[in-house]
Design a protein around this ligand. Structure first.
Ligand code: G
Ligand code: G
Ligand code: NA
Ligand code: MN
Length: 252
């Protein structure tokens, strides 16, 4: 009961904020994007991770408001970085309920309001979030792609992985779940999954992002397997906007 009231107040007061984690090219180490990850700066409990409040927020019917706030902050931030001469693509996580036609209007409006080139926004969906209505989801995502926004499939390999889904959806990128990535050096079976995912994705004209890259040995293995992009603590943990701006500047 208390968290419900607190969450509503938090949304009104914009106590939710985004941290940004870099995504780096496996071949040349260049920054190719950032993933936006929501946090709740709770007045008493400090910085809360999504696991502490997102499910509750969904149950309370606040999911739409959170997505709206997250999209707004992400587009605003991407627009600031672009204006500062350091354009970087920002990826935003969506839930199943977000993938509706209303989202297309909202994204179009935000891009226009902030004068953001559409290729600087990407949207992450999960297999699970579109499996219920793949045809409807394909229509929504198709309109977003028509705007120039890219779609990524998150946590690939852990959900109801239907290969048909990849054929039905206009996907630019698949993100290999970190449960495969973490053990890619030690576990031949998981290495096979990653190798096969790369072949599948590349065969369909999609890029492959590996999540949860924590050390150089893993990065070297991913390079050998042909992954395009690397994301994880090896490069940086998710950072608040000002710290991420400093991280970018320190690499130039
Ligand atoms: O940041 P970690 O930072 O703890 O994120 C945990 C989970 O929360 C991840 O699975 C991530 O996809 C999800 N998540 C993070 N930010 C958002 C968001 O803005 N919206 C949604 N729907 N999920 C998010
Ligand atoms: O489900 P989603 O893939 O979007 O999950 C992102 C989550 O993974 C966030 O909680 C983020 O903080 C976390 N994360 C990012 N990089 C790493 C990493 O290198 N190792 C681990 N264990 N978690 C990571
Ligand atoms: Na994600
Ligand atoms: Mn992910």
């Amino acid at each position: 009961v208390q968290i419900a009231e607190e969450l509503r107040l938090a949304l009104d007061a914009e106590q939710l904020l985004l941290h940004y984690q870099p995504q780096v090219s496996v071949t040349d180490g260049r920054l190719v994007g950032v993933e936006a990850l929501v946090r709740w700066n709770h007045p008493k409990r400090g910085l809360l991770s999504p696991a502490a409040f997102l499910d509750t927020a969904q149950e309370l019917g606040l999911g739409e408001r959170i997505t709206d706030l997250v999209l707004r902050q992400a587009v605003r931030q991407a627009s600031c970085w672009q204006a500062a001469g350091t354009p970087v693509r920002v990826s935003v996580n969506l839930t199943a309920a977000d993938v509706q036609l209303a989202l297309v209007d909202r994204v179009r409006e935000l891009l226009a309001d902030h004068d953001l080139p559409p290729h600087l926004l990407a949207l992450e969906i999960t297999e699970t979030s579109v499996v219920v209505d793949p045809v409807g989801a394909a229509a929504v995502l198709g309109e977003l792609v028509a705007l120039g926004v890219e779609v990524s499939v998150d946590d690939f390999g852990t959900g109801h992985s239907s290969l048909t889904l990849l054929l039905q959806l206009p996907v630019a990128e698949v993100k290999v779940d970190r449960s495969f990535v973490a053990t890619v050096c030690d576990d031949p079976a998981r290495r096979t999954v990653v190798r096969t995912t790369v072949e599948l994705a590349h065969g369909l004209g999609m890029r492959v992002v590996a999540e949860g890259v924590e050390d150089d040995a893993v990065l070297a293995q991913l390079r050998e397997l042909g992954c395009d992009t690397s994301q994880g603590y090896l490069h940086s943990r998710p950072l608040p906007p000002a710290e991420f701006t400093a991280w970018m500047a320190s690499r130039l």
